[in-house]
Design a protein around this ligand. Structure first.
Ligand SMILES: [Zn+2]
Length: 509
């Protein structure tokens, strides 16, 4: 076989779709004819992982070792280098800005979920964030921002998504956190100043507040106590029907609680601008992972101060009332939540408009309609761990033995692994694997304690069982995708303005 010449590096004429028998084995939705070349993804087989097939312009693409270089076709590994070449050609493989559109964050800790996410998003009016991982999750999963965005892009290619999507560098706390995301081309930067929120100020008395007030970082805030007082003290501000009065205690409390955090956001924002070097990006500000709720008055203070400091953001995540535990529904009074959320939404419209962001948004089914109603779609939902739980659901039927090991291991790890999470499960209420017949294993994922235990132990589970877990999911990928699709349709339908989304999706998947 002739290995050297004519590998089809010369572009084929536009509009003339080339064909090749190999494309018959490709994921049907992955086949794309673009500017004279054809691209497709081939599923993994027993002998090799997934491959990229290119007919036409194969310049700059690195080929797989198994590629014999025959008849104008290149078979290429799904490497970062090859994806970089593809991104230059197929622009929809690059993340873009979501703006004020309703957003849906689809965090994927395993890097295998995007095709399932795509199927669920298709037909809705929700703009997806297919790459979304926090710094903490990267540490626990041993993945890099580059891998996260690349896995999402390959999934997008596989499932034929051509529309807008975003890539969220989630919970950035230090300037150093930004670099690997900026290099990998993320589009959405979530700044988390939570470590600088002074929760003590939440119910400190007036004398303590006075002390904290004078110790605020006034220089970093480009402000002075006198100037702040003149801007707020005894002012009544209005957000639609909502009236907020900045008396001395409320002003000082807001300033003491969030002052350092605001200075940090302004600093981080400058760092993002510098590191992005003119590339388009958007920012979210999140104070969701703090101990005490953000009152509407504090929200007003945060937003108006960030504006004064020149920060521009598309979404903001206050800490709402109630409990947002991982992978389970909202805990708290829905009436209280609705009152609180409506106030935040009015402020976001008055001072923005910007979106309200729902962090730890997985499985909060009871509040989705409230969130949609009060924001009229100016809302961003973030989910992450729930796709991992759907992976475990897949494992529970595809590989019950492995699920049993993960379950018992997770029960043992929970007390250690739960430390940085808001969870309240009692591991004693999670059944031991030996007590369950195979058919009852998926039911663990219907149980509150079971979900939380399996959710927060993902890091140690991946360390120990990651290879076999991913191997099972790859072998049963279709089952994983359909499981995810069903689960995500429940998440996205309440946020979609397209009432036919549910039915039209069924046939398109
Ligand atoms: Zn969060």
């Amino acid at each position: 076989m002739n290995k050297k010449p004519r590998r089809g590096t010369e572009p084929l004429p536009v509009g003339k779709a080339p064909t090749h028998p190999v494309l018959g084995q490709a994921y049907p939705r992955s086949i794309v004819d673009w500017e004279g070349s054809t691209y497709a993804l081939l599923p993994a087989s027993i002998r090799r992982p997934k491959l990229l097939a290119v007919v036409g312009d194969t310049k700059d693409l690195r080929r797989a070792e198994s590629d014999t270089g025959s008849d104008g076709l290149a078979l290429c590994p799904l490497s970062a280098d090859n994806l970089q070449v593809l991104r230059q050609r197929l622009f929809w493989l690059r993340p873009r800005l979501l703006g004020q559109r309703t957003g849906g964050g689809c965090g994927d800790r395993l890097g295998l979920a995007t095709p399932g996410h795509v199927r669920a998003v298709r037909g809705t009016t929700v703009v997806p964030v297919f790459a979304q991982q926090s710094v903490r999750e990267n540490v626990r999963t041993g993945r890099t921002p580059r891998q996260v965005i690349d896995d999402a892009a390959w999934g997008i290619l596989q499932e034929g998504w051509r529309e807008l999507w975003g890539a969220d560098a989630d919970h950035l706390k230090t300037p150093e956190d930004i670099d690997p995301f900026a290099r990998a081309g993320f589009s959405f930067y979530t700044i988390d100043p939570g470590a600088h929120v002074d929760n003590e100020a939440h119910d400190a008395d007036a004398s303590v507040l006075a002390g904290k007030w004078s110790a605020l970082p006034w220089t970093e805030l480009r402000d002075s106590p006198e100037a702040m007082v003149s801007r707020y003290l005894d002012r009544t501000v209005r957000a639609e029907d909502l009236e907020l009065v900045f008396d001395r205690v409320h002003l000082q409390r807001a300033a003491c609680k969030y002052g350092r955090a605001l200075a940090h956001v302004a600093y981080m924002y400058g760092q993002v601008v510098e590191r992005l070097r003119g590339a388009p990006f958007e920012v979210e500000v999140s104070v969701d992972e703090t101990e005490t709720p953000t009152s509407p008055l504090e929200h007003w203070f945060i937003a108006s101060e960030l504006k004064r400091l020149g920060v521009q953001w598309v979404s903001l995540a206050p800490r709402y009332v109630g409990r947002f535990e991982k992978g389970v529904d909202y805990i708290g009074s829905l009436t209280d939540f609705e009152r609180d959320f409506a106030a935040h939404a009015a402020i976001a419209r008055t001072l923005g408009p910007y979106k309200l962001s729902l962090h730890s948004g997985s499985d909060k089914f009871s509040i989705y309609p409230i969130a949609m109603r009060h924001t009229m779609g100016r809302v961003h939902l973030k989910t992450a761990g729930t796709s991992y739980l759907e992976a475990l659901r897949t494992i529970s039927s595809a590989n019950p033995g492995l699920f049993r090991e993960i379950l018992d291991f997770g029960r043992g790890r929970y007390e250690t692994d739960k430390v940085s999470y808001h969870v309240s499960a009692d591991p004693a209420r999670v059944p031991a694997a030996a007590s369950l017949p195979d058919g009852r294993l998926p039911a663990v994922l219907e149980q509150f304690d079971g979900r939380e235990v399996l959710h927060v132990t993902f890091g140690s589970v991946l360390e120990r069982f990651g290879l076999s877990l991913k191997e099972t999911l790859t072998r049963h990928e279709e089952l994983y995708y359909t499981t995810l699709q069903a689960h995500f349709e429940r998440h996205l339908a309440p946020f979609s303005k397209n009432p036919t989304a549910q039915s039209s999706k069924k046939e398109s998947s």
